[in-house]
Ligand binder design. Structure first.
Ligand SMILES: Cc1cc2nc3c(=O)[nH]c(=O)nc-3n(C[C@H](O)[C@H](O)[C@H](O)COP(=O)(O)OP(=O)(O)OC[C@H]3O[C@@H](n4cnc5c(N)ncnc54)[C@H](O)[C@@H]3O)c2cc1C
Length: 376
């Protein structure tokens, strides 16, 4: 069978692959390959959908701030409703977590304000007086409409002439004289550049291309949906995160999304919730809130994939022509996607990072495969 030829092949159509493919399709011929029948089946479809510029390491915060203008005004014929909905965020702490409260205040400065438990309870009456000692409030956090964001990029990609192939698993990658040949379960493709946006499978894709792994560790995180107590209107409640991130709770379409904020290392897979993590989640939530959990309406798990310094990798593999990494977005890959996609496409096309991203303090080196502290 003859190979299809294009400029760039993007592997993986989650938020990372879809967004960079859409950016690249403006000037290049791009093929987007996805193993599953639906893009978004893996981590992208399993997130808690939070946008918060105080969450994650500084590089992520910079990328998230640089994504803000797009979230606020996507200016796209493919977005029909708001991408962000104001939420607000409480960090809560027991009396034995005072050190973590001080460290957070030091780190985030004016980004958070301490409020009295009594006023926190006015907005979220389920907070347990005997559990919570201190509350920090951040106003700017918002819910992201993840599906609308993902669909925007997939539609923009197609509109710009890009070709998405679902049910197409990459099984072999060979170096050829002018770039790469990618062998899939659905035909062969050739291009000068391949973009590895395979999420938890990023190091597996590198192995297929005989490229050294970047040291990705997928970490399982569990989420449950439960009903609020009878008569509680939860939509205007803020998200609540334990100051040491041992649990969180967030309103979700009239229900409550709860998580034990687990980070269990896992092989890349179709992650499923484990009974023990579900039990730990229920225990932690019931201790902090007046929320007896009798029934779990829905549960799922997903893989948040990190490299050693917890920052994303967006850069060419040194010494290997045309192999570009776009992995390691960890627990922040939705909120940072608009800026990271623009950064990655600029680097792929040999351009400088967009000025607004540089202005947020993010450099090419911060994202590169060669930066210090990145385990190979
Ligand atoms: C419980 C949970 C809560 C989270 N909460 C948030 C949050 O509040 N805010 C936030 O910003 N982020 C959050 N995240 C993180 C966010 O979801 C991820 O950072 C993001 O979805 C990663 O996107 P991705 O495209 O890299 O990965 P994925 O969505 O996993 O996409 C990778 C794709 O590559 C495909 N693929 C792999 N191998 C192959 C192959 N051989 N051939 C073809 N295709 C292949 C896969 O099928 C998959 O579709 C959360 C994650 C979890 C699990």
């Amino acid at each position: 069978m003859q190979a299809s030829v294009c400029d760039i092949i993007v592997i993986g159509a989650g938020i990372a692959g879809a967004s960079v493919a859409a950016e690249l399709a403006e000037t290049s011929s791009v093929v987007l390959l996805e193993r599953e029948t639906q893009p978004g089946y893996h981590t992208t479809g399993r997130s808690a959908a939070l946008y918060s510029c105080i969450y994650g390491p500084p590089v992520i915060r910079g990328l998230s701030r640089a994504s803000g203008a797009f979230f606020e005004n996507p200016n796209s014929e493919f977005v029909s409703s708001e991408l962000l909905k104001p939420r607000g965020l409480y960090f809560v702490a027991r009396s034995d977590q005072a050190e973590a409260v001080e460290a957070t205040l030091d780190e985030l400065g004016a980004g958070v304000q301490e409020i009295a438990l009594s006023s926190a309870r006015l907005r979220l009456p389920l907070l347990r007086n005997e559990y919570v000692d201190r509350v920090l409030f951040e106003e700017g956090s918002a819910d992201i409409d993840v599906d609308a964001l993902h669909q925007h990029y997939l539609k923009l990609f197609r509109h710009r002439g890009g070709s998405l192939s679902n049910s197409t698993e990459v099984v072999e990658i060979n170096k050829i004289s002018r770039g790469w040949e990618v062998v899939t379960t659905n035909g062969k493709y050739q291009a000068e550049t391949i973009v590895n946006a395979a999420g938890a499978w990023g190091d597996e894709i590198a192995r297929l291309a005989s490229v050294a792994p970047v040291g990705l560790v997928p970490k399982r995180r569990t989420a449950l949906l439960v009903s609020p107590p009878e008569g509680c209107e939860v939509d205007h409640w803020p998200m609540v995160v334990d100051i040491d991130e041992k649990f969180y709770m967030k309103p979700d379409a009239g229900k409550l999304l709860i998580s034990p904020a687990d980070e269990t290392p896992s092989a890349p897979c179709d992650a499923q919730p484990e009974d023990l993590d579900v039990a730990i989640c229920v225990d932690r939530i019931e201790k902090a809130f007046d929320l007896p959990i009798r029934r779990i309406d829905h549960k799922w798990a997903g893989l948040r994939s990190f490299v050693a310094d917890k920052c994303p990798v967006a850069g060419f593999e040194p010494g290997v022509d045309g192999f570009f990494w776009l992995v390691g977005q960890g627990g922040y890959g939705i909120q940072s996607a608009p800026a990271l996609a623009r950064a990655a496409s600029s680097l792929i096309l040999g351009r400088a990072l967009p000025q607004d991203i540089q202005d947020e303090g993010v450099t090419e080196k911060d994202l590169s495969r060669e930066r210090e502290g990145l385990a190979a």
